[in-house]
Design a protein around this ligand. Structure first.
Ligand code: TYD
Ligand code: MG
Length: 454
């Protein structure tokens, strides 16, 4: 039998059979730790006494299908959860320390409690008095949420068993300690055991369990990635420290669409919903400048407009820099290569900086055209019209591929006062009053039309 891998990367959960200083999967240094087998476990030859129960698929009542859901009454949260909190589910909320996970979950706990759920908030990081102080600041002291400051997993499960809540929040999974596992709290085996037991408990007792997981850079503490596969829903709370915007993103959801985002703003009194994120992401936009373009994107089920900013300057270094914030570096390299080989516009010897304004992270390939336009606009020092939005995916051949939800993108642009759009040619003609759409088959056509003959 093949020996199972016993080394795990605490940052990305990749498994290895031997230790190394750097994780080949995520590139993190010193993040690989040895993982001790949890228990010897019975050999597969000795079968369990209790017979595994099976049910005929046809015996399952079809009436039972939709799982019961409870709305928080906070649209930005309910949408990311896939339409409310699902009973008997396990949810992981990951994010950098200090980004606002505890604040978000305390506010959510209060909302769900107000909507009739019995909620327990277990803090392994703060004393009950500290949680109470935070609740004070958030104006939630009247909410019927029960607090517990505890780290022992067995005690927590006993409490949950006795109290029978509808929702339990565990803040954080890295502070939980299972006394039957010989490893320090925060280690891969402790974090996995705690997540596994809490998830199993959630399924058996029909309660929803939300676990907080800090994204760690320190190899000693396991990050949330090591438990992502065990839970039903994985949400990440993201944002730039300097910005007040926070984005809750569903990266996995058994009960709803992944990639859905909820947008919040961190205020002095906790997190506030942002109902119109496009207006927020464009709010810092000044006069049109070279390198600035507006991308009409789709995040989950919702159109979101945002600004791409590019700066292109002669490089003083022997190897030119490529710096990206809010977008994929590999994708930038691809666009630069396509611009060079298909349109004959080289970026050799030029430093390239690309940024998505407002701390948003874009993963959609439909942003390609906006990125190409921002790069060209910066390189040529040519400003694009301020009232124009762009979208479209670029293939390696330089062709523009139609994007999904063209109409929704255009409608959002129209709502925010944009009057023109540049998009790929689509099979169905697009027409929307008040917005002039120019469509192109390929990048070369777009470049010569918008930036002049080359
Ligand atoms: P917190 O929820 O403790 O972060 P996490 O649990 O992800 O580690 O949030 C901490 C930050 O949020 C801290 O820097 C202070 C800020 N904050 C506010 O700006 N307003 C508030 O009302 C609260 C409660 C926190
Ligand atoms: Mg916290």
């Amino acid at each position: 039998m093949a020996k199972s891998p016993s080394f795990t990367c605490t940052a990305c959960a990749a498994s290895y059979t031997k230790w190394s200083g750097r994780c080949e999967n995520c590139g993190e240094w010193n993040s690989i730790v040895e993982e001790k087998p949890l228990t010897a476990g019975p050999s597969s030859k000795s079968l369990g006494k209790a017979r595994g129960r099976t049910i005929e698929l046809t015996d399952l009542s079809t009436k039972e299908t939709p799982p019961e859901r409870t709305l928080a009454g906070v649209d930005e949260l309910d949408r990311v959860l896939g339409g409310g909190l699902v009973q008997a589910s396990a949810i992981l909320v990951g994010g950098d320390p200090g980004i606002g996970k505890s604040t978000l979950l305390l506010q959510a706990a209060a909302r769900f409690a107000r909507n009739g759920l019995k909620v327990i908030y277990v803090s392994g990081e703060e004393a009950a008095a500290q949680v109470r102080m935070r609740a004070d600041r958030l104006g939630l002291t009247e909410s019927p949420v029960k607090l517990a400051a505890e780290t022992n997993l067995r005690d927590i499960l006993t409490t949950l068993d006795a109290e029978r809540p509808d929702l339990a929040i565990i803040d954080s999974i890295q502070t939980m300690w299972a006394d039957h596992v010989e490893a320090a709290p925060g280690s891969v085996s402790q974090v996995r055991t705690a997540a596994h037991e809490l998830t199993t408990f959630a399924k058996q007792r029909g309660i929803a369990v939300v676990m907080v997981g800090h994204v760690t850079k320190d190899g000693q503490i396991a990050g949330p990635r090591v438990v992502e596969h065990m839970v039903d829903t994985v949400l990440y709370f993201e944002g730039e420290r300097g910005h007040q915007f926070r984005i809750l993103r569903a990266v996995k959801n058994r009960f709803g669409p992944a990639d859905e985002i909820g947008v919040f703003e961190m205020t002095g009194k906790g997190l506030a919903e942002v109902k119109n994120p496009s207006a927020l992401f464009l709010s810092e936009r000044g006069n049109p400048a070279p390198g600035s373009v507006v991308f009409a994107g789709i995040e989950g089920t919702r159109p979101v407009l945002c600004e791409f900013q590019a700066l292109v300057a002669p490089s003083p270094h022997s190897q030119a820099r490529r710096t990206v914030v809010g977008w994929d570096g590999g994708r930038l390299a691809m666009i630069l290569a396509v611009l060079e080989s298909r349109c004959g516009i080289p970026f050799t010897g030029l430093d390239v900086y690309l940024n998505v304004a407002g701390g948003l992270r874009i993963g959609e390939p439909a942003a390609d055209l906006a990125v190409a336009a921002a790069l060209l606009s910066a390189r040529e020092d040519a400003t694009l019209p301020a009232e124009c939005v762009l979208f479209g995916e670029i293939s390696l051949s330089g062709a523009l591929r139609p994007a999904v939800q063209t109409e929704n993108r255009l409608k959002e642009a129209q709502k925010l006062g944009f009057t023109s759009a540049i998009a790929p040619t689509s099979a169905k003609p697009v027409a929307l009053s008040g917005i002039a759409v120019r469509q192109f088959d390929d990048l070369t056509g777009f470049v010569s039309d918008v930036f002049g003959a080359r």
